[in-house]
Ligand binder design. Structure first.
Ligand code: AMP
Length: 186
């Protein structure tokens, strides 16, 4: 994917974008397949909404999804939330990593392996970032039904800033056979 030029206009110290504290719109994908998966996702949504500088503006239903990449593990519970934040993408990533740690996440060492809580920034305004620790839009979001399904639940018309396609168009382009997702009983 041609990701274009990185956006670099951030204030490293304050965690804010260099834009006078404007409010940004971001979509965050949430996943869990260890312990009480639904409770882990619900707790993460509450914790995000309670974090200073972040407000949850919309949330998807919970979905159940077949593991992708590493099949020998439990199905995941997934959701996507839309947040409003005054943080830069890097500071928001710091908040998400703190929540993953609080949830007791331990890395199995297996890429795409089991996790108590996984929080990814999927889209942040229409920014394109390609740095070592952060890629936005998330580099695999357009291949993942477990991201696009919940995203369509809250905002099917949001546009991928590189591919210039809506979440609904990207979702419809993926085959159901390879990645099953179901709406979980709420
Ligand atoms: P994971 O093991 O899937 O949780 O990957 C976490 C790593 O991905 C972290 O070290 C992040 O720095 C990196 N990363 C890169 N882009 C993103 C993104 N858009 N959202 C969350 N983590 C990201």
């Amino acid at each position: 994917m041609n990701r274009g030029a990185a956006v670099k206009n951030f204030e490293a110290d304050s965690g804010r974008c260099a834009d006078g504290g404007a409010v940004h719109r971001a979509y965050i994908s949430i996943g869990s397949n260890i312990g009480d998966r639904a409770a882990n996702c619900e707790r993460a949504i509450l914790a995000l909404d309670s974090a200073s500088g972040v407000r949850v503006a919309a949330r998807s239903r919970l979905f159940l999804s077949e593991p992708v990449g590493y099949a020998d593990q439990r199905w995941f519970v997934n959701a996507v939330v839309k947040v409003e934040t005054t943080f830069s993408p890097f500071a928001l990533l710091g908040v998400l990593q703190g929540l993953e740690r609080d949830a007791g996440r331990k890395r199995s060492g297996i890429r795409f392996g089991p996790r108590t809580l996984d929080l990814d920034i999927v889209i942040f305004d229409d920014m394109i970032i390609d740095s070592d620790g952060l890629e936005i839009p998330h580099p695999r979001m357009h291949e993942r039904r477990f991201v696009l399904g919940p995203l369509c639940d809250i905002d099917p018309r949001v546009v991928h800033p590189v591919l210039k396609k809506t979440a609904r168009q990207l979702y419809d382009a993926l085959s159901e056979d390879e990645q099953k997702i179901l709406v979980r009983e709420q």
